[in-house]
Write a protein of this length. Structure first.
Ligand SMILES: NC(=O)c1ccc[n+]([C@@H]2O[C@H](COP(=O)([O-])OP(=O)(O)OC[C@H]3O[C@@H](n4cnc5c(N)ncnc54)[C@H](O)[C@@H]3O)[C@@H](O)[C@H]2O)c1
Length: 320
């Protein structure tokens, strides 16, 4: 297959690129390196079936350069950070909605039959009921979540109006190697990074807020099953998660268990963040029934794997 992956130098995108390059597909990555990093795809740059295009999905010129005989597009490029979206909502909407619009138009113009769009559980806002299925109200409050609602619904209208074949992939939170662990990063990566430096995890609010976490290997499986499905299983949105919830307090405890070397280290609680989602817990029946999706890495094992990666490989990645 010839696949365009936008945001392919980021956390998820670099893993998907690696998987598909190794499977022998021809992969084109577009990334403006806003949050991604060439180190993430360093081992792919010399591969014959991989091409990196340093560009912005909002740039109209890009669409004159891209190959048009693509079998699929995996559209991941986005401004993903909630805090940053609160500081600069315009940029977030510009990238997440405007960029998605451009990709959809490109796909429509060139009859590209399979598009995966990275929506997110953040569109649901805090759980109004659990577990949260695809019919859960779209009640995000922060600009990141609302920009993703807009993009998710744009995909829906391209499916309904133009029969485009977009799969709207709604992953709950995920974690694994290469996720950013500085300021604007994932909570698990930030906690591990701090604890390995003997600094306490910082928890916003009482830490009772919960999340449903998948390890990156299961996210790859989710995208792969969707990509290779001959149908359009995510036409109306499809959830992927673990179906199990953990509180931020429990996450901090597990990170301290696997990464901590000083038993006196304890989490610090600071003021809650405005508009933070309080509860996310996925109903993944649709993914199970339509794609036979079954997450395989238990949460605690995922934490252990990630701590091992930090101890053994992370520094290597950043040497170059
Ligand atoms: N990480 C999670 O827990 C999670 C959960 C659900 C959905 N998602 C979605 O999955 C996708 C990938 O997330 P991630 O965690 O890998 O994030 P990431 O920030 O690592 O990846 C996004 C990539 O997009 C690139 N990018 C940003 N703006 C761009 C632009 N205008 N043009 C080209 N490239 C641009 C960034 O440089 C980055 O490499 C995102 O769309 C995100 O919303 C993530």
């Amino acid at each position: 297959m010839r696949i365009l992956i936008t945001g392919g130098a980021g956390f998820l995108g670099s893993h998907l690129s690696e998987k598909y390059v190794n499977e022998g597909h021809k992969i084109f990555v577009v990334d403006n390196l806003l949050n991604g990093n060439l180190n993430n795809i360093r081992t792919l740059l010399h591969r014959k079936n991989f091409k990196f295009i340093h560009d912005d999905v909002r740039n109209p010129e890009l669409y004159r350069k891209l190959p048009t005989d693509l079998d699929a597009i995996i559209h991941l490029a986005a401004q993903i950070h909630v805090d940053k979206s609160i500081v600069n909502p315009e940029e977030t909407f510009d990238i997440n909605v405007g960029g998605t619009m451009k990709i959809l138009e490109f796909a429509r113009m060139h009859d590209i039959g399979k598009i995966l769009f990275a929506s997110t559980s953040e569109i649901y806002g805090s759980a109004k009921y659990v577990p949260m299925n695809e019919e859960h109200p779209l009640a995000a409050e922060h600009p990141y979540g609302v920009s993703k609602i807009a993009a998710d619904r744009l995909c829906y209208t391209y499916n309904e109006t133009y029969n485009l074949g977009v799969d709207i992939v709604r992953c709950f939170n995920f974690f694994g190697p290469r996720q950013k662990d500085s300021g604007y990063g994932g909570v698990i990566a930030i906690f591990i990074n701090r604890v390995l430096q003997n600094k306490p995890p910082i928890i916003y609010g009482d830490g009772k807020q919960t999340r449903d976490y998948m390890y990156i290997a299961d996210v790859l499986e989710a995208y792969d099953k969707t990509l290779k499905s001959p149908n359009n299983p995510g036409k109306y949105g499809i959830n992927f998660g673990s179906g199990i919830e953990f509180s931020v307090n429990e996450i901090a405890e597990l990170v301290l268990k696997y990464a901590g070397s000083d038993s006196r280290l304890k989490p610090i609680h600071v003021d809650p963040r405005p508009t933070e989602v309080q509860r996310l817990f996925a109903d993944i029946s649709k993914a199970k029934n339509t794609l036979n999706f079954q997450p395989s890495v238990k949460f605690e094992r995922g934490i252990e794997l990630l701590v091992n990666w930090y101890k053994n490989y992370k520094s290597e990645l950043w040497l170059y």
